[in-house]
Design a protein. Sequence first.
Length: 434
Amino acid sequence: MSGVDTLFAPATAPGRAAIAVLRLSGPATAAILAGLAGPLPPPRRASLRRLRHAGAVLDEALLLWFPGPASYTGEDAAELHLHGGPAVLAGVAEALVALGARPAEPGEFTRRAVLNGRMDLTAAEGVIDLIEAETTAQAQQALRLAGGGLHALVEGWSGRLASLLARQEALIEFEDEDLPGALDDTVAKALAALSAEIAARLDADAGAERVRDGLDIAILGAPNAGKSSLLNALVGREAAIVSARAGTTRDIVEARLILAGLPATLADTAGLREAGDEIEAEGVRRALHRGEGADLLLAVLPCDAPPDAATLALIARRPCLVVASKADLGPPRHPGALPVSARTGQGLDALRARLESEAAALAPASGAALLARPRHRAALGDTLRWLREAADAQLPELRADALREALRALGRLTGQVGAESILDRLFAEFCIGK
Ligand SMILES: Nc1nc2c(c(=O)[nH]1)N(C=O)[C@@H](CNc1ccc(C(=O)N[C@@H](CCC(=O)O)C(=O)O)cc1)CN2
Ligand SMILES: Nc1nc2c(ncn2[C@@H]2O[C@H](COP(=O)(O)OP(=O)(O)OP(=O)(O)O)[C@@H](O)[C@H]2O)c(=O)[nH]1
Ligand SMILES: [Mg+2]
């Protein structure tokens, strides 16, 4: 026995479906397949087999056999393409347990792929992002990660850093007696070039986290300004309650929409004013807090009333897209405000177009962005700090130490350093069967 379990899990979503795919991976895969379906089919070819266990026929299914290491996990693996009924799946699962396999934990197939060197940590992150992707822009970015784009980039930097370190170590051996500790010219130039490249990448990929997480847009303004009506008009359904009474909305009401290929959450909030009661005061507090964290603010000033102090203060404090609501009742009362009427639909298309262009500006579709997670940016930030430390170091030994730390920071990014704890956190996000 190798001590490694053989795992199985459905790879398709539960429920009624034409087929259900069940995946198996681990050292006992071949023996289990033989027990269930007879002699192994040729590798990576779909073969129709009758699956039997304990004298019963479980299903007539397509079988795929992926001998390791040329499989997704790097281990012997297989897929059973079953008829998609829960009873069929349950029967086969029971047989697999009897034959020595166990159900997989969420993400466990991909974890094995990482541990077997089939993909690095950033590619595994790409796989989960791909499963979660709701828009094309998200899927494209995830696919770049899953395909090893970030891994390749970081490997390139690590290679250059490793040869710099080797040179620095050689310099320590053959130190110039007259210039002890002086920064070697070649090392200095290479350090500067590497730092500049990493910094430029951080800059270029500034929108990548927004692509992954989506945009947060908050609608703020006085009570009765028409905020909830605006939300409903933008998403095309009655997501929030609208009434002529000021102070209708208290809790935050969220609705989703897609802007320039990015998923966005639009948050309708309580009207800003000196609240009449405790509940409304909490609503106003939540509104302001949501506004603080938002990527984009829609400040609503109605055309049938003078601009209120709270909304004007907000506009003065940070950039807002100012909407002149209820434009059917008169001209805008604030310079530059976009006239919109939720009642007649006037200005809605213009507002949507503005939202699209703001979204595109917040998360530029570079077509090459890779730094999709805070973890990625943090590791590169650490790398840059150690590179600066290396450039500033007065002693050659300290310079070599700083270069080693920079290498470790890059290693953390791809999972070569400290992968286990990051894997635990990452795979907690996975669904079963991935
Ligand atoms: N049916 C099915 N569809 C699927 C997957 C799967 O596991 N099963 N995938 C799972 O995520 C994705 C495809 N990813 C995969 C990546 C590598 C290998 C694999 O077996 N690679 C071997 C052999 C390649 C070959 O056939 O030439 C290798 O790279 O050595 C399979 C799927 C999406 N579609
Ligand atoms: N004429 C006109 N009335 C509007 C328009 N939009 C909203 N209203 C009316 O204005 C009133 C307030 O609308 P809401 O959307 O509930 O306003 P709100 O800003 O969400 O108000 P609170 O939740 O109380 O902060 C309702 O009676 C709406 O019918 C508009 O474009 N034109
Ligand atoms: Mg409201």
